[in-house]
Design a protein. Structure first.
Length: 107
C-alpha cells in the first residue's frame, strides 16, 4: 500500500487532492456479476472496509496517548514527592546547624 496518509491523518483535507480509493482484490467490482445499480453500495462497502482496517490503528494511537499522559502524570508525582523529601531533609539539616551554632556561641 503506497498511501502515505491515513483516515485519521490524511495527507490533505481537500477531497479533490486526495488519491482515489482503489478497490481491493477481494472486493467484487461493478463489472463482475453485480448490476450497475449497486456500484454505490460497492464503493461505500470498500470505503467502510478501509475505515474498519484502520480502526485498530486509531485505537492503538489513542491508547498510547492515554498511556503517555498517565506516565507523565506519574513522573510528575514522583518528582514532587522527591522534591518534598529533599526539602524536609534540608530543613532538618538547617535546624541542626542552627542548634549547633547556638550551642557553640553559648559556651
Amino acid at each position: 500500500m503506497n498511501i502515505t496518509g491515513t483516515i485519521d491523518r490524511p495527507v490533505t483535507h481537500d477531497p479533490k487532492k486526495q488519491a482515489p480509493m482503489k478497490p481491493s482484490t477481494n472486493e467484487p467490482t461493478a463489472g463482475s456479476a453485480i448490476e450497475d445499480t449497486t456500484t454505490g453500495a460497492t464503493d461505500s462497502r470498500q470505503n467502510r472496509t478501509r475505515e474498519m482496517q484502520l480502526i485498530p490503528e486509531a485505537l492503538a494511537r489513542a491508547h498510547m496517548h492515554d498511556r503517555l499522559q498517565e506516565a507523565e502524570s506519574e513522573r510528575r508525582a514522583v518528582s514532587l514527592a522527591s522534591a518534598r523529601r529533599m526539602q524536609r531533609r534540608a530543613e532538618r539539616a538547617s535546624r541542626r546547624a542552627r542548634r549547633a551554632l547556638a550551642i557553640a556561641v553559648m559556651q
